[in-house]
Design a protein around this ligand. Sequence first.
Ligand SMILES: *Cc1c(COP(=O)(O)O)cnc(C)c1O
Length: 436
Amino acid sequence: MADIPLICENISVKNNTLYFAGQNTELLAKRYGTPVYLMDENRIRERCRTYLGALIEAFGGNAKALYASKACSFKRIYEIIKEEGMGVDVVSSGEIRTALKAGYPLENAYFHSNNKTDADIAYAIENGIGYFVTDNVEELTAVQNEAAKRGIRQKILLRITPGIDPHTYAAVSTGKVDSKFGSAIETGQAEEITRMALQQPNIDLAGFHCHVGSQVFDSDVYLRAADVMLTFIADIAAKTGYAARELDLGGGYGVRYVAEQPQIDIAENIRGVGKFIKEECAQLGIAVPMIAFEPGRSIVADAGMTVYTVGSVKRIPGYKNYVSVDGGMTDNVRFAMYGSPYTVLPTSGLDRPFDMKCSVVGRCCESGDIIQNNVPMPSDIKRGDLIATPTTGAYHYSMASNYNRIPRPPIVMLNNGDSYVAVRRETYDDLVSLDM
Ligand SMILES: *Cc1c(COP(=O)(O)O)cnc(C)c1O
């Protein structure tokens, strides 16, 4: 019998069958078809409560948890986030539209992105966006102009690059000075844009924002980011008299894709950051600003699992084995983009030895269409069997494509023994519906 890596508490094995959120994945696949994105609603809620609870414990009412909705954006998730009392980050008018459709109150939303068009800015202000997280001078001017036209004062945070390399994958590290995001402290540009923001009559500068990267396991990264940002706030206060009311420390807490990765104790982590911030503020002689975190991945990642049907098993003697599934880079592009690790498991017969190594690959016409290499699998795996990839709740549906005109899978929510479709499966007619 194989040693099954049950990498999250919501994964279990009963009668040698894989269960997710307490439900039989084989039965779910039969009912909803494959490929299918399963999402554990209780796990999402539990993660929201962990963040919010820890922040309130550390900072009292003077804290906010925001869900970075680019991780997985669909109507139902905004309803859940609203019910859990969290704010959201959005990065486009499309995400704003989705949040509005869900009845999400936009005054609790923060609008990110390094390039918001004039149309985006107008749409966001028209719909009462809470904050812009302003990236650059052009955006600052455009938001000022739009706010002036409407006779309002628009709250913003300025996105600052603290110059920290979180030592994760280069492709997802954003807090370094050389970044397309934000204004760097080191170059003086952060101070420049702050002075400029303070002079705009229709801009209410609420504070500052930074985001050091993604899939960060080292809590030290957040302490260093807080240190740099609080020092910047104190420096600006000394030079201009401006006291920042809010400090948003970004998202990026890591999650477990494979057994070798740790499971972060988020509450413990935030406790540590809280203690550090309070001490640092006292030392710098500044008031503790309202602290925000904006997790995306760690809210939804391990609430997700994708189930596929195997189509072929190809053994190339002297080379390797390929197991092809009915999805691939269209529903999970993360190995192709970042070389991300994944666990892949058969959903039944889990008492068999995993006596074969294989590459689990998709159905797209692209050799890079790989879910994972070097996956242990029972050697009698065959066409029609099901296999599952855990930890696919973040950056899977939201990065899904129609490459090769493959319809996107549905999102099926699992909740206390029940299940329901939150996003239906795309049809072939959906795919041609835009063609004139
Ligand atoms: C992507 C992003 C997040 C969320 O990052 P996770 O790794 O998903 O937690 C938060 N803030 C900003 C600015 C981001 O770009």
